[in-house]
Design a protein around this ligand. Structure first.
Ligand SMILES: [Zn+2]
Length: 267
């Protein structure tokens, strides 16, 4: 599933193609969750923003298109001169420069919404999520107080997006390993919270440098892939030795999510 570094990489790659373009034609798959794509016809796209794992296309008429990519959602830009491969395309927009922007989603877990700018109450996860992990609003103090509001497992809290927005399974496991904190703890001292905050920032910044992690079906708008999968220290390494202490990493399903961690150096 695309997490913050992947969505941010997609955003950066899309901006030069979509910003200030007018949508001359729009098509959407009949499924209700993609229908909003049609509402872009005639609108001009302004800034392309990101909040956690959501992409937000500002429109010139006071609305926004909010896109969540689910497991396999991807935006593609297809030049006028090239034929679009229509398999798994759920929405398509013709832009005034002749290029086509397309939304492809193999497993259909993504969703497109058009909302009045800033009104996210119809997107419950976005509405209730905490500060974006790369924003200045995300501080160690905000994380500390955010985590104190719940008594659930730390890993589950991070995946909920409530204390901080942007982490999914990959970067939650990586950040917890980096910070030497077990995913099963429920409360963190202020000092350990500072370590986790620093680890989250560090892991996401590094993943962003590598263009994100590319696993399975996920691709960038230009069909390129990220390279952070080679840098993963914990996620997907269950049974392999911990790169810090040599203990085999353990895998367990916690609150329905597969989790990998070092039972020896993550406390
Ligand atoms: Zn270890």
């Amino acid at each position: 599933m695309p997490e913050l570094p992947e969505v941010e990489t997609i955003r950066q790659k899309l901006v030069p193609y979509v910003q200030d373009r007018v949508v001359t034609e729009a098509w959407a798959d009949p499924a209700e969750k993609f229908q909003a794509a049609q509402e872009l016809a005639g609108a001009q796209i302004g800034e392309l923003r990101r909040l956690g794992k959501y992409l937000i296309f500002e429109l010139d008429d006071g609305r926004e298109m909010v896109a969540h990519l689910g497991m396999t959602g991807a935006f593609l830009v297809v030049p006028e001169t090239k034929q679009l491969d229509v398999s798994h395309i759920r929405a398509r927009w013709t832009l005034d420069d002749g290029n086509q922007l397309a939304y492809r989603d193999i497993r259909r877990f993504g969703r497109l919404r058009v909302v009045p700018a800033g009104c996210y109450d119809t997107a419950p996860t976005l509405f209730s999520q905490g500060p974006d992990a790369l924003s200045e609003a995300f501080t160690a103090g905000v994380l500390y107080y955010g985590l104190r509001r719940s008594r659930r497992l730390l890993k589950t809290q991070l995946l909920s997006q409530r204390p901080v927005a942007g982490l999914g399974n990959i970067y939650a496991d990586e950040a917890l390993w980096e910070a030497r904190i077990a995913p099963t703890v429920k409360q963190l001292s202020q000092r350990r919270c500072e370590a986790l905050h620093a680890a989250i920032k560090e892991v996401l910044d590094r993943a962003l440098e590598y263009g994100g992690t590319t696993l399975r079906d996920y691709r960038m708008p230009d069909e390129s892939t990220g390279y952070f999968q080679r840098e993963l220290k914990c996620y997907g390494r269950a049974g392999e030795p911990c790169l810090r202490c040599g203990e085999p990493l353990r895998r367990k399903v916690l609150d329905a999510r597969s989790t990998c961690w070092c039972p020896k150096c993550q406390k």
